[in-house]
Design a protein around this ligand. Structure first.
Ligand SMILES: [Zn+2]
Length: 59
């Protein structure tokens, strides 16, 4: 068994960064920026390919 089993398939759509913070332009009362956290629709926030996600859910 090869120990290189860490070849987790990174989602090609988000390149392994499934959750991104988008600045909305508005700011909170304390001056910090209000951000929206968007999960990648392709991998559903897992960062891996759909096949891995499906295998995990057992569908
Ligand atoms: Zn993704």
């Amino acid at each position: 068994m090869p120990q290189h089993a860490r070849t987790t398939r990174v989602c090609r759509d988000c390149d392994g960064f499934p959750v991104v913070a988008i600045t909305t332009g508005t700011r909170h009362a304390d001056g910090t920026r209000a951000t929206l956290r968007i999960a990648c629709p392709t991998c559903q926030g897992t960062g891996h390919t759909a096949s891995a996600a499906l295998a995990r859910t057992g569908r």
